[in-house]
Design a binder for this molecule. Structure first.
Ligand code: F6P
Length: 318
C-alpha cells in the first residue's frame, strides 16, 4: 500500500494541526497508509515514525501548535544527516513525504527530492514570506492575535497619553506589521522592505498629540528594528512618553482562525490529489483564491515582495 508521511518543521504556526488532519484524513479516505514523523527532520534522522489513523488526528482542527511537534535540525543540513533520513524513509517504505514549514523546511524538502524522495511542501509559517502563495499557514490567525494585542495596548496608552511601540514578528517580511497595522488603524508602521524616516514619524506623532490625540501606536516589524531602540529614538526626537512592547511568541499561539482552518483543509486535500496524479517535488499554496502548486526551484527563484498597494492604502488612511 502507498505510504505517505507528514512532518512539521521550523517555527510552528496556527493551522499546522489542521493541515496534518486534512492530509491524513484525505489520504485515508483514498486508501493510503498514513504516518507522522515527530519533530520534523530531526525525527526523520532518528526514525521517530508513528502510524496515523482517523482517531490520531481527531480533536486537533482547532488547536494551535503542532501535535507532531517541530524542530530546526542542524544535523539535517549535513550529508550524513540526510543519509540517515533517507535510511528511515527506506526502512519504513515511505513513498511520499509532506513537509509543512517555512522556507528553511522547503530547502529540506528539496534536499530530500534531490535524493530521489517524492516530496511536497505546505507553507507553514506565520511570516507570510513564501513566494507564489498569497497566504501562509497561521498568518491570518497571527494577524488577529496582533490586532487584539494592539487593542489592549491602546487602552493603557490612552490612559497615560503615551506612544506604544510594538514589535511584531515576521523575520525579514513586513506583512504581519503592515496588515495588523491597517487592521488596527495605527499611526506608523516600520517594515524592512521600506526605509523608515524616524524624524518624519516623530514630527507627525508630536503634531497628533498637539491636536489632542490621547495616544499613538507604532508597529515595528522585527526585520525593521527593535521596539526598544525605535521607542528610545522616537522619545528623544519627539519628547513624547513612549513604551516598547515585544509581542514575541504569543503571536504563534491561539486557536487557528476559520480562514486558516479552511485554507489548510484545502491545501491538505490537494496533496492527495497530487499523489494520485504522481505529481511531486512541489510546494502548494493559494493564489487569487485558487490552490496552486510550483516546483521548489520556482519558489526559490521567486522574490517575496511587499504589497505596495496595501502600503499606499495604509498611508492614505492614517
Ligand atoms: O518564522 C517564524 C518566526 O516566528 C519568526 O517570525 C521569528 O523571527 C522566528 O520564527 C522566531 O524563532 P524561534 O521560535 O526560534 O524563536
Amino acid at each position: 500500500m502507498t505510504k505517505i508521511a507528514v512532518l512539521t518543521s521550523g517555527g510552528d504556526s496556527q493551522g499546522m494541526n489542521s493541515a496534518i488532519r486534512s492530509v491524513v484524513r484525505t489520504g485515508l479516505s483514498n486508501g493510503y497508509e498514513m504516518v507522522g514523523i515527530k519533530r520534523g527532520f530531526k525525527g526523520l534522522i532518528t526514525g521517530d515514525v508513528i502510524p496515523l489513523g482517523t482517531k490520531e488526528v481527531s480533536d486537533i482542527l482547532y488547536r494551535g501548535g503542532t501535535f507532531l511537534q517541530s524542530a530546526r535540525s542542524e544535523e539535517f543540513k549535513t550529508k550524513e544527516g540526510q543519509e540517515k533520513a533517507l535510511k528511515t524513509i527506506n526502512e519504513h517504505a515511505i513513498d511520499y513525504v509532506v513537509v509543512i514549514g517555512g522556507d528553511g523546511s522547503y530547502k529540506g524538502a528539496q534536499a530530500l527530492k534531490k535524493l530521489g524522495v517524492k516530496t511536497y511542501g505546505l507553507p507553514g509559517t506565520i511570516d507570510n514570506d513564501i513566494p507564489l502563495t498569497d497566504y501562509t499557514i497561521g498568518f491570518d490567525t497571527t494577524l488577529n492575535v496582533v490586532t487584539d494585542a494592539i487593542g489592549n495596548l491602546r487602552d493603557t496608552m490612552s490612559s497615560h497619553e503615551r506612544v506604544s511601540v510594538i514589535e511584531a514578528m515576521g523575520r525579514n517580511c513586513g506583512d504581519i506589521a503592515l496588515q495588523a497595522g491597517i487592521a488596527s488603524g495605527v499611526d506608523a508602521i516600520l517594515i524592512p522592505e521600506i526605509e523608515p524616516d524616524l524624524e518624519k514619524i516623530a514630527k507627525e506623532l508630536k503634531e497628533g498629540f498637539e491636536r489632542g490625540k490621547s495616544h499613538s501606536i507604532v508597529v515595528v516589524a522585527e526585520g525593521a528594528g527593535k521596539a526598544s531602540d525605535i521607542s528610545e529614538q522616537l522619545a528623544s526626537l519627539s519628547g513624547l512618553d513612549t513604551r516598547p512592547t515585544v509581542l514575541g511568541h504569543i503571536q504563534r499561539g491561539g486557536t487557528p482562525s476559520a480562514f486558516d482552518r479552511v485554507f489548510t483543509s484545502r491545501l491538505g486535500h490537494r496533496v492527495i490529489e497530487l499523489v494520485q496524479a504522481d505529481t511531486h517535488g512541489v510546494a502548494i499554496g493559494m493564489e487569487q483564491n485558487t490552490i496552486t502548486h510550483h516546483t521548489f526551484e520556482e519558489i526559490f527563484n521567486s522574490q517575496n515582495t511587499i504589497d505596495d498597494k496595501l502600503y499606499k492604502i495604509f498611508h492614505d488612511l492614517v
